[in-house]
Design a protein around this ligand. Sequence first.
Ligand code: ADP
Length: 479
Amino acid sequence: MEVLSVASEVFPLVKTGGLADVAGALPAAMKPHGVRMRTLLPGYPEVTRKLKKAERIGGFDNLFGHPASILAASHDGLDLLVLDAPALFDRDGGPYVDKAGLDYPDNFRRFAALSLAAAEIAGGILSEWTPDLVHVHDWQAALTPVYMRFGPARATPVVITIHNIAFQGRFGPQVFPELALPPEAFSVNYVEYFGDIGFLKGGLQAADAITTVSPSYAQEILTPEFGMGFEGLLSSRLTRLTGIVNGIDTDVWNPQTDPHIAANYGASSMKKRAANRKALSAHFGLDDTPGPIFCVISRLTWQKGMDILAEVVGDIVGNGGKLVVLGSGDPALEAAFQTAAAVHPGRVGMVTGYNEPLSHLMQAGADAILIPSRFEPCGLTQLYGLRYGCVPVVARTGGLADTIIDANEAALAARVATGFLFSPVSDGGLRQVLRRVFSIYRQPKLWARLQAQGMKTDVSWNMSARHYADLYSSLLAKG
Ligand code: ADP
C-alpha cells in the first residue's frame, strides 16, 4: 500500500509540538503492516538545510504566483517529498509565526499551497509515484481532500487526523478567490464556515475518514465543551470518526540508550536514576534535599492548565517538593514561573524556551511529570514519563485519561496503576491529587511499583499502527 502523508511539521526536521512526533514516527510504524509512506512537508529553511542529495522530481511553474519544486529526499529513515517554494516557506521565523511571534499574514496561501501540491501528487503529477491513499494532518494540510474532490484524484481515499481541534485554520471570506477552488467549494459542504473559510472544516467534510488521537477525545469533541464549534459537523459524520491513541518512538525515547541523559538505566537498574536527578538539579539550580521533583515540559498556555499549576507552586514547595519547568508561551505564564523560581530559590527552576535534549534529562531525573491540561487530544509527555519512570500526574481528560491508570487503592493492590488522574481540573483538584502523590512518594515500595508498572506499559506504535492499517485497508476495499 502506497500512502502519502501530509504534515506541516515532521520530527526530526521541524517540530513545534506533538504533531511532528506523530508525523515523524508513523512511517516506520506502518512499514511492518505493508504500508510504504512518503511524507510531504514544506521546505522551511531548517528542512532544506538538513537535506542531503535532494532530487527535483516535479514541480509547478506557478503555485499561487510562484514557482515551486517537489524534492525527493530521505532523512533519518523518512522518505520525504519536500515542497520547495522559497517565496512561501523560506522565512526567518518559525513554521507558522514570524520572529515577533505573529502569524504570517499569508498562512492561508502557504498551507493551501501545501494542500494543493498534495492533491496534485495524488492526481498523478509525479511520473514516478502516485499514492493509493492520502493521510493528512491538522488544518495546515486539511484542504488536500477538498482540492482532491475537484481534481483527478477525486476517488483516492483520504484520512484526516485532528491533533488539536482548537487550531482550525479560519480565515476571512476574502481569501476564497485566492484558493484556486471552484465557486461551489464555498458552501457548507466544503470550506464555508459561518461565512468564513475554514481549512479544517473543509477537510472534515471532504475526507473519507476522520481520526483523532485518542478514543476519549473522539467522544469529547462531539460535545460543545470540547468541539469548539465542530460538534455538530462531527456528530453528522459520526460513523467516519475514530480515536486512535498515539504511540511514541521507543528508540528515540529509551532510557537505556538515550544520549541526552547523564546515566542510562532500565527497570532493573533504577538506582542509576540518581545521577540524572543530580544533573537535573544542577541544571535548574535546585538544592540536593530529598523530596519529589516534579517536572513540566509544555507549551505554557491556558489549554495546558499552566495557570492552575502556577497557583499551587507554594503547596508543592510547602510539602517538601520541587518543581522544574521547561517551556514557553503566554508571557504572563512565563513570568509567573520565573517569579516562582525567584521566590523559591533551590526549590523551583525555570528554563524558558524549547530544548529537546533537556526534555530528555527531565524525564530521566524528575520523579513525576505534571500535566494539568484542560483538554488534551492525546498528549505525549505522559507517555515519555511512563517509559522513563517519571510518574505522570495528569488531568482526567482526553488521551491523558486513556493512557494512565490512576493509583487508587484497587489499582495499586492489583498492581496495574501507572500514575495519578485528577478532576476537576482546578487548583483544588490539583491540590487534592498532590496530597495523594506526596503520600505515595513517602512509601518507596509503592512508588517503585508505580514506576515499574509504567515502564512495563506498551507505549510503542505497535497497536495503533495496526488500527491505522486496518482503517486504510477498509477504505481501499470500499473503493
Ligand atoms: P502539544 O502538541 O499540544 O504541544 P504534546 O504533549 O502532544 O502537546 O506534545 C508536545 C511535544 O513537544 C512533546 O514531544 C514534548 O516533549 C515537546 N515539548 C513541549 N515543550 C517543549 C520544550 N519547551 N522543550 C522541548 N520539548 C518540548
